[in-house]
Structure formats: structure tokens, C-alpha cells
Design a protein around this ligand. Structure first.
Ligand code: HEC
Ligand code: HEC
Length: 158
């Protein structure tokens, strides 16, 4: 084969391989209809609101929210989350207190109140739905890696 032809064939093969990979790995975000056709929005997923705290996948994970948050104000004037999760309200609300990291600035200084960088709770804590994941999740719990015998099925007692 002449060099130019060979180059062409190689580029072609790469494109086809790349295309196949994309088709396999990319989640279908747009749905089956072409994006030029207007569709009614799918129904909102129902949030999980069973009040059961969910195990964290690793110690530093922001825990997910196990209760309804619909209509909770979170703006310049009001932070509804803090009306239960602030230290002084936890006795009446029985909510877990925000941990000490929420009182620390980026230099590690502990402040007298909620750190501004922790004000927008929903940037890190999210409610859950029963939606099927768009892509397969291959996350493995640390316990299953370190002590597979003691923790079959990655159950943890830490
Ligand atoms: C009316 C009181 C109340 C309000 C308001 C509230 N929470 Fe909660 N929250 C709770 C209680 C009580 C729990 C303990 C689990 C349960 O009962 O749902 C909890 C649990 C949580 C947890 C799980 C903690 C863990 O360790 O697993 C997170 C995260 C959380 N809330 C975040 C939020 C955020 C973010 C907001 C605002 C959008 C908010 N909460 C507003 C009462 C409240
Ligand atoms: C920048 C990310 C971030 C923001 C913003 C944030 N959190 Fe957290 N939160 C975390 C992480 C990470 C953890 C777990 C590790 C820790 O405690 O620092 C956590 C832990 C918690 C816990 C569990 C505390 C415990 O001791 O079990 C509660 C409750 C909580 N956050 C509530 C809130 C509320 C309410 C807000 C808003 C006022 C908020 N968080 C804002 C990252 C965040």
C-alpha cells in the first residue's frame, strides 16, 4: 500500500473503532426521539423520603439526604436546612448536627458559625430517587478490598 493510502485506512479504522466505543459507553441522555422534535418532559422522579440515614461509601462522603426537601428555602435570607441541622436546633429537631468541618474555613480556622463555603448545602448533599443509573457503577467498598473474608458482600461494621 502507498503511504498515503495506508494513513487513510488507519485513520478510518480509528474513527470506526472510536465510534463503536462511543456508541457502547455513552449513556443515552437525549432519549429515543431526535432532539429537533419537542417532547413533553418526563415525570419527575419521586424522592426517597424514608428518613433512614444511608451508609456512606467512604468516611469523607457527604451523606445523602433521606428526607423531603421540597419547598425548603435556601437563599440569601434564609437557610431552612440550618433550622434543624444547626447546633442550637438539634435538640428540638433530633437532626444530626452539621459536623465540625462545616465551621471551618479553607485555611482550617474554626469559625463561630457556619462557614460561607458550606452555606449551599445542596452543592454537596443530595436527595435520592429510585431512578436507574445511566451507566453501570463499578465502585467497590474499601472493606471488600481489605477484608473480603470478614466482609462478604462489602458489609461494614466500621
Ligand atoms: C425539619 C427538620 C429538618 C430540615 C428542615 C432539614 N433536615 Fe436534614 N435531617 C433531619 C433529620 C431529623 C434527619 C435524620 C434522618 C431523618 O429523620 O430523616 C436529617 C438527615 C439529614 C441528612 C443525613 C445525615 C446522615 O448522617 O446521614 C442530611 C445530609 C441532611 N439531613 C441534609 C439536609 C439538607 C441539605 C437540608 C436542607 C435542604 C435539610 N437536611 C433540612 C431534619 C431536617
Ligand atoms: C462543600 C461540601 C459541603 C457543603 C456545602 C455542606 N456539607 Fe455537610 N458534609 C459534607 C461532608 C464532606 C460531610 C462528611 C464529612 C464531614 O463531616 O466533614 C458532611 C456531613 C454532614 C452531616 C453529617 C454530620 C455528622 O456528623 O454525621 C450533616 C448533617 C450535614 N453535612 C449537613 C449539611 C448542611 C445542613 C449543610 C448546609 C448548611 C451542609 N451540610 C453543607 C460536605 C458539605
Amino acid at each position: 500500500m502507498r503511504p498515503r493510502l495506508l494513513m487513510g485506512a488507519m485513520v478510518g479504522a480509528t474513527l470506526i473503532a472510536g465510534g463503536t466505543l462511543l456508541a457502547q459507553d455513552a449513556p443515552r441522555l437525549r432519549g429515543p426521539e431526535p432532539f429537533t422534535r419537542e417532547q413533553p418532559a418526563p415525570a419527575m422522579q419521586r424522592p426517597v423520603t424514608n428518613d433512614l440515614r444511608v451508609r456512606r461509601n467512604y468516611p469523607d462522603q457527604p451523606p445523602v439526604i433521606p428526607h423531603a426537601i421540597e419547598g425548603y428555602a435556601l437563599d440569601l435570607n434564609a437557610n431552612k436546612c440550618m433550622s434543624c441541622h444547626a447546633r442550637r436546633f438539634t435538640e428540638q429537631s433530633q437532626a444530626p448536627m452539621i459536623s465540625v468541618t462545616h465551621y471551618q474555613d479553607r485555611e482550617g480556622n474554626t469559625l463561630g458559625g457556619l462557614a460561607p463555603r458550606r452555606y449551599a448545602c445542596l452543592a454537596c448533599h443530595v436527595p435520592q430517587t429510585e431512578a436507574r443509573p445511566l451507566v453501570e457503577n463499578r465502585f467497590t467498598d474499601m472493606d471488600a478490598l481489605t477484608e473480603p473474608e470478614r466482609h462478604p458482600g462489602s458489609r461494614s461494621n466500621r
